[in-house]
Design a protein around this ligand. Sequence first.
Ligand code: GLU
Length: 533
Amino acid sequence: MAATAKEKANVKVNGSDRSDFNGMMEVEYSYLFECLRKNKEDYIYLSDLINALEAVGIRENDPRLKLDPAELDIAPQVVLDYEKFKHILKHSFGGLIKDAIQGNLIIPDFASFCREITEIYELTNKNKNGNVATYIPQLGRVDPDKYAISICTVSGQQFSIGDSNEDFCIQSICKPINYCMVLEEHGEDIVHQHVGREPSGIGFNGLVLNENSLPHNPMINAGAIMTCSMVKPEMDMADRFEYVLNFWNKITGNQNSLGFNNSVYLSEKETADRNFALGYYMKEKGAFPENTNLLSTLEFYFQCCSIQTDTNAMAIAAATLANSGICPITNERAMENNTVKNCLSLMNSCGMYDFSGEFAFTIGLPAKSGVAGGLMLVIPNLMGIAIWSPKLDKSGNSVKGIEFSKELVKRYNFHIYDSLTLNNPDKKDPRLKRNEAKIDGAISLNWAASEGNLLEVQHIYARGIDINMADYDGRTALHLAASEGHEHIIAYLIDKGVNLNPRDRWGNTPLQDAYKGNHDATILLLEANHALK
Ligand code: GLU
């Protein structure tokens, strides 16, 4: 019989395990392969690899995986022998597959987290309050009951629920991104010679400037018109717009998910008296950079507001901000850390219209909303969230978006100052515990087995933990799974060659535990595999 991957891995090359450019060693590849192998075959199924990745939120079209699209179409039949599996691991982005299979992504138990998000979605979906914006007639025609949530973590784990594949207009959510673009282009000092960074205390389209005759900040209309005047002013209009789309493409992981809503654009332009007034007022005060063409600046601002996309893509953009400017699913840097820091600071203080102070206090996260019902929420170093639901409250924020945010920070310690009240038993932390690796392997394996958590058992197995390890009472994972009647765990452990008859300090075998618990199906399974009583 051919040597198993594990046996092959045990043959040391030149007396030592070789590690590749991902820092992975042969023995690690073999554990990952073993983890996915079934029935002692010499191969694994590509579909099992994809399922293992999807279980932790890594989508099969994640560009970092570099999976062959032709093979993906027929994935259930495609088999990977050890060498082919290794090839895929080596060519995917540094350690991604390893971290996914070992449960080392930023949210290790992604399935539980997504279940909770689904619960919050369903709860908040019951709230039918609010009204769709009508001041731009075209926006008033959208279905008011649409609701979508998408999440992307800084590890690139994605989850979506609801109408997440439907496009909506980004509207004011273009404001923070345009601000990032001009910071990258001109630097902070020049940009802030033309726009302030103080909340205005008045409505988003207020006809008022600060004491220096500048717009208060880039998150309100006057400030956004100002930043628009600074986006590649030397280019012609077509190239400027393309430049903006390219930037959005970069921060959304090059998924080509951006569009333009021409009807909204035309409708907005027809009803933009206030924005024209703001523009002329700033022109009269000499606020614009020299040689600014006011009419094309306004035109460009309306175009930016009329870009459309879905929550899937917007969550990736938010995650790029959460990840200090590096897009999590391409690993490409789209902007400098400092740009992100400045942008998030202003989103935190000015991103939610006249509810900004309240939002900073209760939710405690940088966010930006738009009148089409979009809301982009950033949890620094953890994830980006995009919400879309068109009904707005009196401040102009999505009703469901606000409700969702409130419920989220009620359950999780995501408010930026929750770090000061650590160990609050009412709030969960889904993040990877950095000291998890130090926890004794046997304890975590036994715990996962007793809980019936197969994914966690697989993750621990993939880390190379010995499945026969016992705790100080001689209890093994098999004992605990048998005591609780978790056949799926037992079947997995048997497939991995577990010792069927370990005895704990009281002399009990797993089969005896199954009898004690009256778990008939477990008894049958163990006896079919010749376990001893
Ligand atoms: N296009 C909108 C306006 O200037 C943007 C409004 C918004 O989303 O806040 O009126």
